[in-house]
Design a protein around this ligand. Structure first.
Ligand code: COA
Length: 157
């Protein structure tokens, strides 16, 4: 598990193209990878970036912006590991809770977030360009806990 910096720009952009359909442009990725308080963690095999999880630390909150595993590497626990590491990092930086939006039809991501301890806290109707609703996910972070080691164990009620 490593922190991704500007040198990972091409790898992040490629994984984004393959896994997220081009969520961010190269300049947007560059900004994400350069700025403080925007942690981005990744799992590599050799030169290949297999999974990543990125977020913004805003006040006492981690807003997760991107989680992705390469389509050929799914269901091996990489998403769980990289998400757990991002949550641990944010907790160590003082974040008290984490939040994100997930498409109402994205069953895989919803299952991943539920396993990590997130709960659905609300719905944003027509949030996506397609008109699809977004489910607001939320969890409390216990400082010192390692969510990657205990799925669901640090969830708020
Ligand atoms: C969502 C995503 C990151 C999951 O990555 P992954 O590496 O395959 O996930 P993991 O192997 O760590 O799975 C962890 C748990 O999540 C759940 N899960 C993951 N994929 C799932 C699927 N297709 N169907 C049902 N549950 C799934 C399971 O509970 C799984 O645990 P298990 O394998 O022990 O049953 C991956 O499917 C992806 O990149 N999707 C496209 C991008 C995306 O939608 N990102 C989220 C945007 S909000």
């Amino acid at each position: 598990m490593v922190q991704l910096g500007p040198q990972a720009l091409e790898a992040c952009w490629s994984l984004d193209q393959a896994a997220l359909g081009g969520f961010w442009s190269r300049p947007q990725w560059q900004q994400e990878l350069e700025q403080d308080r925007r942690p981005c963690l990744g799992i590599w095999r050799g030169e290949d970036l297999l999974a990543l999880a990125c977020g913004w630390l805003v006040a006492d909150e981690l807003h997760i912006t991107a989680v992705a595993t390469h389509p050929e590497q799914r269901r091996q626990g990489l998403g769980r590991r990289v998400l757990g590491a991002l949550l641990s990092h944010a907790a160590a930086e003082g974040a008290q809770h984490a939040t994100l939006e997930v498409a109402a039809g994205n069953q895989a991501a919803q299952a991943l977030y539920a396993a990590a301890g997130f709960r659905t806290a609300g719905v944003r109707r027509g949030y996506y360009r397609s008109g699809e609703d977004a489910l607001i996910q939320w969890m409390r972070l216990d400082r010192g806990a390692d969510p990657s080691q205990s799925p669901g164990g640090s969830a708020a009620t």
